[in-house]
Design a binder for this molecule. Structure first.
Ligand code: ZN
Length: 485
């Protein structure tokens, strides 16, 4: 019995000790390492305590959150964290080692010219890119298996793909095999095309002798389809152009030489510039095993994202939209499962909710505010409207809209944006996202932005029509007469 009481007292005492004057959230351990020239401490301090790092007083936000940027020299860097005042002095030692970057042999990304060869795509949905880089905004299209490609050079892990006399693409070497039996003098050829037109969508099919590289591009007023390496078309490019309604989503697929482009005219879904009947998918970022960023107070990004997502659903309830959420609890959902969910629910608008973080080397005190990201040009106006809505309703710092190649906003089947509402690691932003009034204002701002976007789409219904392609002279380059190009 006595022993029991002793343990209770000891446990209480230790609990009191561990709930010390401050908590360090980052670095996660007292010994850490980085290649960056700088790092930071983030965490929180109890009320009325003074926190010092290497004797320098650290500024705290009203909720006790702090972030402190530190420069690093090569090797081990020592930091003494101390707090003073009510609870007595409490000191902890931290070491951050700045690793010296090993000089790696410089990868030669220069382009190596090669003779023309025919390669065949071996992986489904191989990415054809506009530059030899495995990331970024350089995607031209996704190519199916058995696509015929003509290459004439390489750089790094890519082959250069000849699309037309003055147009190149890049494909990963691991996505293709050399086709030694290919008839090297020929591309494919165009056979026929057909258009199936309803009020809701246009289904355009163009049939070729084999799978060929292609792209679908949009401009403000047009949708342009280009198929490359087509022998019986000028410069080897088969083109089809469509008038574009204000609000479209589209998908394309090449299979056994048949290219199908589906353009959905979503103008017709918008009645009286209202959200009534429109399908919206709200995506709370991360969840379950994926915590996301961790804030100064130890707040997990996945939890804040979900709070905002639920609040947004609530804010939009009375507007008549059909709202679905990719998650409503703390469960793990894969990125491509989120995309699949949105497509299955025939989403017109997809809104992914996140809070931002920064890597070592950046200053968390200088990282504040809101940015909305988009990938497809069709989502730019929505991104700007939501950015404006958030800044207007919450007063967060306006970091503007940006493009980024995030998997959840790349599909063209819906208009998708990803919101970095504020910074988890910034003390002043942490005061905001831990406040339920801010969460509500944020949801209100996003909702206002979406409504603004819909009301700007106008009342005019635009019909999608293929624009007649002029007959062109036969002029295609072959491997043999490439000197004539
Ligand atoms: Zn996130």
């Amino acid at each position: 019995m006595k022993k029991g009481i002793f343990f209770v007292v000891l446990t209480l005492f230790l609990t009191a000790l561990s709930s010390y004057a401050y908590e360090i959230v980052y670095p996660k351990t007292v010994n850490s390492a980085t290649y960056a020239n700088a790092s930071f401490f983030i965490g929180s301090v109890k009320k009325n305590e003074v926190l010092k790092i290497n004797g320098q007083r650290v500024k705290t936000a009203s909720n006790g959150a702090f972030a402190h940027y530190v420069k690093l020299k090569d090797g081990k860097n020592y930091f003494q964290i101390s707090s003073e005042k009510l609870r007595g002095r409490f000191v902890r030692d931290y070491y951050i080692t700045k690793k010296v970057v090993q000089p790696t042999p410089k990868e030669d990304l220069g382009i190596i010219e090669e003779t023309e060869k025919v390669y065949t795509v071996v992986n489904e949905n191989s990415i054809l890119r506009s530059s030899p880089a495995d990331y970024g905004m350089n995607r031209i299209s996704l190519l199916p298996k058995d696509t015929y490609l003509l290459t004439d050079g390489r750089a790094g892990i890519f082959y250069r793909v000849k699309l037309s006399p003055n147009r190149y693409g890049w494909i990963k070497q691991s996505d293709v095999v050399y086709d030694e039996y290919a008839d090297e003098t020929s591309g494919g050829y165009f056979k026929n095309c057909s258009t199936y037109n309803t009020e809701e969508e246009v289904v355009y099919t163009a049939v070729f002798s084999k799978n060929l590289p292609y792209e679908v591009k949009t401009t403000a007023a047009k949708v342009v389809l280009n198929v490359f390496n087509v022998e019986n078309r000028q410069d080897g490019v088969y083109s089809a152009t469509f008038d574009k309604p204000e609000f479209i989503t589209y998908s394309s697929e090449m299979k056994d030489g048949a290219l199908t482009l589906k353009i959905k005219n979503k103008d017709k879904y918008i009645r009286d510039n209202k959200l009534r009947g429109i399908n919206i998918v709200i995506d709370a970022g991360h969840g379950g095993n994926e915590v996301g960023a961790i804030g100064c107070l130890g707040t997990k990004e996945k939890d804040v994202n979900l709070r905002v997502a639920k609040s947004l659903k609530n804010a939009m309830k009375s507007l008549g939209a059909n709202i679905e959420m990719t998650r409503t609890g703390d469960n793990t959902v894969g990125l491509y499962d989120r995309v699949k969910f949105a497509k299955e629910n025939d989403a017109l608008i997809f809104v992914s909710i996140h809070f931002n973080a920064i890597p070592d080397g950046s200053d968390p005190m200088k990282s504040r505010g809101t940015s909305v990201y988009y990938y497809n040009p069709e989502a730019k106006d929505l991104a700007q409207a939501v950015q404006n809505g958030i800044v207007r309703c919450t007063g967060t710092k306006d970091n503007g809209i940006k493009t980024a190649s995030f998997a959840v906003i790349r599909p063209t089947e819906y208009v998708g944006i990803l919101i970095e509402c504020a910074y988890m690691i910034n003390p002043e932003d942490s005061v905001l996202y831990t406040n339920s009034k801010f969460i509500e204002e944020l949801a209100e701002g996003i909702s206002e932005g979406i409504q603004q976007y819909i009301s700007n789409t106008g009342d005019v219904y635009t019909e999608i029509r293929p624009i007649e392609q002029k007959k062109r002279k036969f002029l295609w380059f072959t491997l043999k007469d490439k000197n004539n190009l």
